[in-house]
Design a protein around this ligand. Structure first.
Ligand code: FAD
Ligand code: NAI
Length: 477
């Protein structure tokens, strides 16, 4: 093995938490290395983690392709555009998605070079040493030994399998296999009506699959504001996405004819669902496989997440952890914010992440987006609040787009009018939510938004109108 290489900061994991932490640390003048083990189809490096390779990016690529198909199939005619002989080439869609992923992988490798970050392709694990407590070993094409003044662990998460039903990525698919289905399945089953279930269910439904989603909880999207979740459910029902709530999944059998899932309905009836493919999307587990955490006493919680304090410090001196492998929402932008904050803390600055203003987006059609507290959370906390809603039906731009589903909803403190939560379901709300995030970050009141000039005609006028609705003075409804 070559001599031990020394760095100021070594980041383990090249996903959004890791590669962004590495870039920020390099910007701050540190000598930085990033180690990532993800391999592309040819065995080469593919930094970007779950997000770039089998998460955010490829899912949005397929959501876009399938939405184009759905528009051409069902909605162009409303605009007077007739499409004859419409066909779809799933392999081309998948190839386009792979190209988008590769562009992102290459972009990150370029950013490493630009920022003079040393990249190691391989698996990093802790090795206990007498002198410094620990070092890192990288197992890749060559074995490397590296040491660092600071280590940032950003090893991400993996899909959770149902007990006794491992993923085979042929019939029983995780998010990875769900993004590689080579032909539209006639019948597709999903277990878990969470974010992946709805996004991936939407992709394959739009492309023609008969999709059934089995959800264990009796409520649909329990973390989402109830009114918004209800509106979204209505839209999904109309699209033909079958969602069964409150089910108990039993035995799953997989064979050459597909998959059968025995389950009990909310009413207690025994049922069997037979499908060609099954996607299991029941949450994700923090990933510390191969890190050799136990050898150096890196503390994990009962879920397997690395235990960190509010500053992302672990129990080991100068070892930090960020992203999916620690507590908090499993979102790319949350991982990135933590990565930046940790790099700044290492530099003696005051990196900060505001968990109250981390936005959520579900990229279905209609999109669902929110920031801050839901109405049910405010009620449970006994907080006095005012609510205002505005439907896209009354928004001129939405009518011109031909998509008037959904609404914007504001929740503001009853006394101070401070915005406590903003919830949206409808067209392009993934973009609209940013205004609400900015407003909450600056502790704005609903009145502040209501008094800001918004371009006409734009969907963002629905945001202004919902803010006006808090004071019961909408102008267009
Ligand atoms: P990861 O992205 O998982 O990266 C961890 C990296 O570390 C991986 O490359 C892994 O190979 C590497 N690694 C692990 N252990 C080692 C080791 N010992 N040595 C070397 N390398 C190692 N979030 C959003 O915000 N928006 C979305 O639209 C969105 N869509 C998603 C869609 C899907 C289908 C899925 C599954 C997830 C989605 N997410 C989305 C969640 C998002 O992907 C994660 O929150 C994000 O990737 C977490 O970033 P991370 O850096 O913590 O970990
Ligand atoms: P999830 O937590 O969003 O949803 C899992 C669903 O499965 C829940 O509704 C849960 O009640 C249900 N469930 C759990 N066990 C079950 C069982 N045995 N039977 C039936 N239902 C069961 O998890 P998901 O969809 O796997 O996604 C994982 C994470 O990835 C998300 O929570 C999110 O953090 C991230 N993600 C983010 C996206 C985005 O930001 N747009 C897109 C996709 C994923």
């Amino acid at each position: 093995m070559a001599d031990t290489k020394q760095f100021d900061v070594v980041v383990i994991g090249g996903g959004p938490g890791g590669y962004i932490a590495a870039i920020r640390a390099a910007q701050l003048g540190f000598n930085v290395a990033c180690v990532d083990e993800w391999k592309n189809a040819k065995g080469g490096p593919a930094p970007g983690g779950t997000c770039t390779n089998v998460g955010c990016i490829p899912s949005k690529a397929l959501l876009q392709s399938s939405e184009h198909y759905e528009q051409a199939h069902h909605h162009f005619a409303d605009h007077g555009i007739q499409v004859e002989g419409l066909t779809m080439d799933v392999s081309k869609m998948l190839a386009r998605k792979d190209t988008v992923v590769k562009q992102n992988n290459d972009g990150i490798l370029y950013l490493f070079k630009k920022n003079k970050i040393t990249f190691f392709h391989g698996r990093a694990s802790f090795v206990k040493t007498d002198a410094t407590g620990y070092e890192l070993k990288v197992a890749g094409a060559a074995e490397e030994s590296i040491s660092a003044k600071h280590v940032i662990v950003a090893t991400g998460s993996n899909a959770r399998a149902l007990p006794g039903t491992p993923f085979d990525e042929e019939n029983i698919l995780s998010n990875d296999g769900a993004l590689r289905v080579g032909a539209v399945p006639k019948k597709l089953g999903l277990i878990g009506a969470g974010v992946i279930g709805l996004e991936m269910g939407s992709v394959w439904r739009r492309l023609g699959a008969e999709v059934t989603v089995l959800e264990g909880l009796p409520t649909f999207l329990g973390a989402v504001d109830e009114q918004i979740a209800k509106e979204a459910k209505k839209a999904f029902d109309k699209q033909g996405l079958k969602i069964e709530l409150g089910v108990k999944v039993g035995e799953i059998k997989s064979g050459k004819d597909g998959v059968s899932i025995a389950y009990t309905t909310a009413k207690g009836e025994a049922q069997t669902l037979s499908v060609d493919k099954l996607i299991v999307s029941i949450g994700r587990v923090p990933n510390t496989i191969g890190l050799n955490a136990e050898a150096v006493g890196l503390k994990l919680d009962e879920r397997g997440a690395i235990v960190v304090d509010d500053d992302c410090k672990t129990n080991l001196p100068n070892v930090w952890a960020v992203g999916d492998v620690v507590r908090g929402p499993m979102l790319a932008h949350k991982a990135e914010e933590e990565g930046v904050a940790v790099a700044e803390r290492i530099a003696g600055q005051h990196g900060h992440v505001n968990f109250n203003t981390v936005p959520w987006v579900i990229y279905t059609s209609p999109e669902i987006a929110w920031v801050g507290q839901t109405e049910q959370q405010l009620k449970a906390a006994g907080r006095a609040y005012k609510a205002g809603t505005f439907p896209f039906l009354a928004n001129g731009r939405a009518r011109a787009l031909g998509d008037t589903t959904g609404m914007v909803k504001f929740l503001a403190d009853a006394t101070t009018d401070e915005i406590l939560g903003v919830h949206m379901v409808g067209p392009q709300v993934s973009e609209l939510i940013s205004e609400a995030v900015v407003a909450m970050e600056f502790k704005a009141s609903a009145e502040d938004i209501a008094r800001i000039c918004h371009a006409h005609p734009s969907l963002s006028e629905a945001t202004k109108e919902a803010a006006l609705a808090v004071d019961k003075r909408t102008l267009n409804f």
